[in-house]
Design a protein around this ligand. Sequence first.
Ligand SMILES: [Zn+2]
Length: 243
Amino acid sequence: MGFRLCVRAPRLCSARVLTSTIRPPHISPLWPVPWGHSYSTQVKVRSYLQYMKHKIKPPPSPPYCHVCQVGDPVLRSQAAAIDPAAITGPEVQKVINNMVKVMRKLECVGMSAPQVGVPLRILALEYPQKMLEECSPAAREARGLSAEPLRIFVNPQLRVLDGRTVLFQEACESIAGFSATVPRYLSVEVSGQNEKGEAVTWQASGWAARILQHEMDHLDGVLYIDRMDSKTFINIKWPTYNE
Ligand SMILES: [Zn+2]
């Protein structure tokens, strides 16, 4: 599963779809239920409660605890730079916390602020040792995989260190369920501030360089589908449709 950037297998949300299509029973205060009769089954009561909960609970607001999907304008916007003095403030810290939370929940290795609905120039990267161990030595070698601690870059700037490109399959949590081959530079340098507002520079090669390029693109409203070899674009579950 080493090809995942901000990707994982999509979850089927059939339960959510079903509940959202259940309509509430028609309950009218002008039409009292006669003694000894009931118009509501347990199922109807439950769906009515769900309906009410949906009505009362306001929709979530950014930074989300989910990943925005392609079509959402935030994924095509030019993310704004952050005032360095604001990095340690509660608003930016909340965005960073949500990004990390979502990245770990989805077991992906990179995340950008626009993906949690916030058009600011922040990216996160982490390649856990456990994930590395799930890959064969051959895959590690071919893709240049390495375990990487959590790194946050605010207002990142990218410099290409090795202009040669390499092709590998990659995917994105914001285009859930699909994947394609994308060319990326072999080695890059990123500089910016970390989550504490300190100046940082990091040179990355192999898969880490690919993650950085993918997440940097998100900050400029660019998705991998803009760079992919379109003939390699696949639904990652396509074989299951033939079973
Ligand atoms: Zn992505």
